[in-house]
Design a protein around this ligand. Structure first.
Ligand SMILES: Nc1ncnc2c1ncn2[C@@H]1O[C@H](COP(=O)(O)OP(=O)(O)OP(=O)(O)O)[C@@H](O)[C@H]1O
Length: 307
């Protein structure tokens, strides 16, 4: 297995608080690796450390087989990045912005600017000043800037923020194409499961600075997360009874008076008998299969599903 990027126990502290804690990412060459997590989970901070914008407090980063240091200019030159909101020289044209970027990166094959503009569908308007661009156009220009130096690794921090559904689909198709046809490895972050699920080969779920899970989509697809859903008049009591009397640990109380029991080998009849014995009224029992959303929610909520 060839990994293009690995982090080992990557940690960052701000004013005594760990905002990234012992994160181990393993990104394979040629894949789209999605970092999923709510706002504040630490995704941007991880990406900033990978791109040398922020120094890790502890841990290390290995990119293209070498450890990243303060002077890893060669490694940084093999990456294209969009971190947080892309900033341009607004009065300059789109093309001049890309030109300047190439100069700055020491990349002299200017033909690639045309190719990049073509790929993001901005050919023909590259002579417009960036201040006239819509948000979607700016996002596409940021991607053009990130790919114009022909990177092997693209790092995209929430690149679809603020785009309409059509714009999102266009970018998704573009990222997939860059990965498949150009062999570019992509690390992309989002707080939207539906987005990451449509694009990623591997997903890293982050919350509160921690990596909760790193799992391949293939693995998830094979996984059939089944659960029993019981509707009762008192879901908290029902959960309490099952946890304390039958020692079932994977119980989740959901909205609407339901409880879900995952990965349970105790017969349904035994659970129901015990609930009735404890005066819990049962309105319904169903065997269900969890959606991908359930799967990730259970990870974020610390549920016991093992991938
Ligand atoms: N320069 C900084 N100084 C202090 N705290 C910071 C700094 N940068 C980030 N943080 C804190 O670190 C935590 C993680 O932030 P980060 O931006 O990495 O999260 P995120 O998952 O990318 O979320 P978002 O999508 O909101 O950017 C947050 O609590 C944030 O307030």
């Amino acid at each position: 297995m060839t990994y293009i990027l690995r982090t080992k126990q990557l940690t960052r502290t701000y004013r005594g608080k760990e905002v990234v804690s012992n994160v181990n990412l393993n990104i394979k060459q040629g894949e789209i690796y999605g970092m999923l997590g709510p706002n504040g989970a630490g995704k941007s901070t991880v990406m900033k450390m990978i791109t040398n914008l922020v120094k890790p407090t502890a841990g290390e980063i290995e990119i293209f087989g070498e450890r990243l240091t303060d002077t890893s200019y060669r490694q940084l030159g093999r990456m294209g990045t969009i971190i947080e909101n892309p900033i341009f020289y607004e009065k300059m044209t789109a093309r001049d912005n890309l030109d300047l970027h190439c100069e700055y990166m020491g990349y002299h094959n200017k033909k690639s600017i045309d190719e990049a503009l073509e790929l993001v569908n901005l050919k023909g308007i590259e002579k417009k000043a960036v201040k006239e661009f819509s948000l979607g156009m700016k996002q596409r220009l940021a991607i053009a800037r990130a790919i114009t130096t022909k990177p092997e690794l693209l790092i995209l921090d929430e690149p679809i923020n603020g785009l309409d559904p059509l714009g999102i689909k266009e970018l998704r198709d573009l990222f997939k194409m860059l990965c498949k046809q150009y062999g570019i490895t992509i690390l992309i972050s989002s707080h939207i499961l539906g987005e990451i699920e449509l694009i990623a080969d591997t997903i890293a779920v982050m919350n509160d600075g921690k990596l909760l899970q790193e799992v391949s989509m293939d693995h998830i697809a094979k996984q059939t997360v089944e659960y029993i859903e019981i509707t009762t008049n008192d879901s908290s009591k029902a959960a309490y009874v099952l946890e304390n009397h039958l020692h079932i640990s994977n119980v989740r109380v959901t909205d609407g008076g339901h409880i879900r029991i995952y990965d349970c080998h105790i017969p349904q009849s035994e659970m129901l008998k015990l609930l009735v014995l404890h005066d819990v009224e049962i309105d319904g029992v169903h065997k269900k299969k969890g959606s991908l959303e359930d799967y990730f929610l259970s990870i974020l909520n610390g549920g016991g599903i093992v991938a």
